[in-house]
Ligand binder design. Sequence first.
Ligand code: S3P
Length: 447
Amino acid sequence: MRQHPLDPSSEVYLAHPTARVGGTIAIPGDKSVSHRALLLGAVAEGSTVISGFLRSEDCLRTLAALRALGVPIDDHGAQLNVTGVGPGGLTEPMAPLDLGNSGTSMRLLMGLLAAQPFDSVLTGDESLRQRPMERVAEPLRTMGAQITTDQGRAPVHIRGTTPLRAVDVTLPVASAQLKSAILLAALWADGRTTVKSPAPSRDHTERMLLTMGVPLQQESDDIVSVTGPATLTGTAIEIPGDFSAAAFFIVAGLLGATDGLLLPAVGINPTRTGLLTILNNMGGRIELRNKRQCGAEPVADIYVEQSELHGVEVGAELVALSIDELPVLFIAATGAEGRTVVTGAEELRHKESDRLAVMAAGLRALGVSVDEQPDGLTIEAGQLLGGRVDSHGDHRIAMAFAIASLRALEPIEILGTDQIGTSFPDFLTTAALSGLRLEATTGTRHD
Ligand code: S3P
């Protein structure tokens, strides 16, 4: 298992057992859409006004990187004004760009920067420097990009190359970050670039490029083409609520919302909502109310009620559409009668931590029977005791175990919760409003 050693001063949550949650819970802006609004706005002609921006550490890394590339961004809190510099307007950064914990920032910037007439270096924190970057570099090289990784990982050195070649690429994994990196590079390539994925993945980049006037063809669920060179036109972008943040409270609601729980204005892009299909199959009572559009993205108010869940089998197709939600699905599975089997999820081993190994270890520490396979987990329903779990500095694992307090007999001590701010800065307050009882302390390990 990849190790993320815990700093002795890092934050710990004590999640006290709770039986009920409820109320109306505001969900923060979508992380993926926030990154893309900044990146596309930066290279557009004219200004882009972003509202509902997610002020998480990851998105602020993208913002800082773009400023270092010469993009003027006025920051008014939830609203940002990006003065697009146009396709030829980015300038060489004075220093390596530090993307912190953010895989999306690094991978999308690799595509954008590969096509610029200057060199750049991308780096990140210990977790990000352990994640695979060759999978992005390789297809970009077929376009003529000059990229070097450090044994497949960051720091990534990019020698700016213009113009790039338009290509037909078949991706080895269904990854929106990988697909988006190529689509971004293709904006500066001469001709039509086609990206084929083994399965559909989130399509926020495609939707936003179309909104900004780029000739893009979605040929099927898993094939997309873009013709370059292309000029983007700045626009107003309203960011929907983040389905991946909502997922924690959807599961919380299924476990404990005896009087219902409402999550207003959450993005329900079908390339993101595989978890809804899975939870519906498990018997979850979830309603999508007041469906509407938020710019290019569909949104709804999500209403959830405590439900009797039963175990299901989840395969690769649904995994790709629920990739960030699987940690909290594993928590739901502990309360679902029978057995839940997830396969085709090898990608989870390459996220902010090895999410299969770290979730299996955490669930076992709480008394759950889990079988770990190379590409998934089998979880038997059962009572959670209490105990100590180590999130390995992974924000989604830390939040998933906070939700587990709805099923626990004793407090759960969650180590390494510091990174929650990378995606959900107000998680503690939001959780408290829902009825969860989380206490943040600065922890020392008592191993
Ligand atoms: C993201 C894509 C997914 C997801 C990540 C955000 C994006 O990663 O896990 O949290 O914004 O494009 P992969 O593309 O590696 O699957």
